[in-house]
Write a protein that binds this ligand. Structure first.
Ligand SMILES: Nc1ncnc2c1ncn2[C@@H]1O[C@H](COP(=O)(O)OP(=O)(O)O)[C@@H](O)[C@H]1O
Ligand SMILES: [Mg+2]
Length: 382
C-alpha cells in the first residue's frame, strides 16, 4: 500500500475538484430526484407539494455540503483516515441541518411534527454523508492511480539512468584499454624492435645466416603485431577520431578501406551542426554506437557481399540520427548465416530506443538503415 502522497499544486487542485465534483453530482441527483419523487407520490394522493421549494432547499444543502468539504480541507494530502471520515460526516450533518432550515424558511413545512423533523434530518444526513463519502472514494482512487503512475515513471527513470551509467562506463573502459594498447603497448613493441635491430647490427659474423633470418622474421612478426593487431584491436575498442566527432570517425573508417572499393559519405548540414567538434551534441556512447553500425555494415559489405561501392549517408530524422549504408554487393536471401554482428547491434539500438533494419535482394546489394535517438535533441531541438 503506497503511503507517499504527491503534493504538487496541480495534484492538490485535481484532488479537490474530484472530491467536490463527485460528491456534488451524486448529491444533486438525490436532491432533484427525491423532491420530484415526493411531489409525484403525494401529488397522486391528492396533496399539494411545493416541488420547487423542496428542490431549492435540497440544492442549498448540496452547496452547504460542498462548502464544508472545501473549508475542512478533506482533500488535503496530510489528512488521515479519521480526519477524512470526520470531515465527511460533518459535511453530511451540516448539510442536513441547512436543508431542514431551508425547508422551514421556504415553507415546505409549517410547524412540522417531531417524527417529520427526525425523518427529514436523518434522511438528509444519510444522503449527504453517502454523497460526500462517494466523493472521497473517487478522490482517493484518483490519488492512488496518480501515485502508481508516478512510481512507474520513477522506475523507468531509474532504469534509464542505470543504463546511461553503464553505457558511460563502457565507453570509459573501452577508451582506457584502447589508449593503453595504442600507447604503452605500442611503445614497448617499438623498443623491443629497436633492441632487435641493435642485436642484428652487432651480431655481424658471429651468427649464422639461418639465425639471422630467424631473427629478421621475428622482428617482422613483431612489427606486424604492432601495426596490425594492436592498432586494429585498439580501433575496434574505440574508433579513431571518435573524440573529435562521429563524422571524423566515420571518415577515418572509410579512409582505411582499400582504394579498389569506391566509398561515398554524405552528411547533412544538420548532422554537421550536431557533431560540431567544438560543441558536440552527441554523447560518446551515441557516437560509438553510430560508428559501430557503419563499421559492421561496411565490414559485411566487403566480407560477405564483396561490394565495390559502399555508400554511407547520415541524416537527422525528427530527433534521431539516421544511418544508411548501401552496397552493390551480392546481397543475400534466406540462405544467409545466422545474424550475429547485426543482431547484436540491433539489440543495442533497441535498448537506446532506436532500431536497425537490413534489407537485401540477392544479386542486388544490401541496405542497412539504423535509427538512433539523440538524447540532447529530446530536451532541446537544434
Ligand atoms: N552486406 C551484405 N552482403 C551480403 N551478405 C550479407 C551482408 N550483410 C549480411 N550478410 C549475410 O548475413 C549474415 C549475417 O550477417 P551478420 O549478422 O553481420 O553476421 P556475421 O557478419 O557475423 O556473419 C552474413 O553471414 C551474410 O550471409
Ligand atoms: Mg557481420
Amino acid at each position: 500500500m503506497p503511503t507517499a502522497v504527491i503534493r504538487t499544486a496541480a495534484a492538490l487542485r485535481a484532488d479537490r475538484r474530484t472530491l467536490l465534483l463527485a460528491a456534488g453530482t451524486v448529491m444533486s441527483a438525490f436532491a432533484i430526484g427525491a423532491a420530484v419523487q415526493t411531489a409525484w407520490v403525494f401529488g397522486n394522493q391528492g396533496g399539494d407539494v411545493p416541488v420547487l421549494a423542496r428542490i431549492g432547499a435540497n440544492l442549498t444543502a448540496v452547496v452547504a455540503m460542498l462548502v464544508i468539504l472545501a473549508v475542512t480541507g478533506v482533500s488535503l494530502p496530510q489528512r488521515g483516515a479519521l480526519t477524512m471520515s470526520a470531515g465527511v460526516l460533518g459535511a453530511g450533518v451540516t448539510a442536513s441541518g441547512v436543508r431542514f432550515a431551508s425547508q422551514l424558511l421556504l415553507d415546505v413545512y409549517v410547524d412540522p411534527p417531531q417524527r417529520v423533523i427526525v425523518a427529514e434530518l436523518a434522511s438528509g444526513a444519510t444522503v449527504a454523508w453517502i454523497a460526500a463519502s462517494m466523493g472521497l472514494a473517487a478522490m482517493l482512487s484518483q490519488r492512488r492511480l496518480r501515485l502508481e503512475v508516478t512510481n512507474a515513471a520513477q522506475d523507468r527513470l531509474r532504469i534509464e539512468l542505470a543504463l546511461q551509467a553503464l553505457q558511460h562506463e563502457e565507453v570509459r573502459v573501452r577508451r582506457e584499454v584502447a589508449e593503453g594498447l595504442h600507447g604503452s603497448m605500442q611503445q614497448r613493441l617499438v623498443l623491443i624492435v629497436a633492441r632487435l635491430d641493435g642485436l642484428l647490427g652487432g651480431l655481424g659474423e658471429r651468427a649464422t645466416e639461418a639465425d639471422l633470418t630467424i631473427l629478421r622474421e621475428v622482428r617482422a612478426e613483431i612489427e606486424t603485431v604492432r601495426e596490425a593487431d594492436v592498432r586494429a584491436t585498439s580501433r575496434m575498442l574505440y574508433p579513431d577520431q571518435l573524440e573529435v566527432g562521429m563524422v571524423p570517425a566515420i571518415r577515418a573508417l572509410l579512409g582505411r578501406i582499400p582504394t579498389a572499393v569506391n566509398t561515398r559519405l554524405g552528411v547533412t548540414d544538420e548532422v554537421r551542426v550536431l557533431d560540431d567538434p567544438t560543441a558536440s551534441r552527441l554523447t560518446r556512447s551515441e557516437r560509438l554506437l553510430a560508428v559501430r553500425v557503419v563499421e559492421e555494415a561496411i565490414s559485411n559489405a566487403l566480407r560477405h557481399g564483396r561490394a565495390e561501392v559502399v555508400d554511407v549517408r547520415v541524416s537527422l530524422v525528427d530527433d534521431s540520427l539516421e544511418l544508411r549504408v548501401s552496397d552493390d554487393g551480392r546481397g543475400f536471401g534466406d540462405e544467409a548465416g545466422v545474424p550475429s554482428g547485426t543482431a547484436r547491434l540491433a539489440d543495442r539500438l533497441r535498448l537506446a530506443g532506436g532500431e536497425l533494419r537490413v534489407s537485401s535482394v540477392p544479386g542486388d546489394g544490401t541496405q542497412v538503415v539504423a535509427r538512433l535517438p539523440v538524447e540532447s535533441l529530446r530536451t532541446a531541438p537544434l
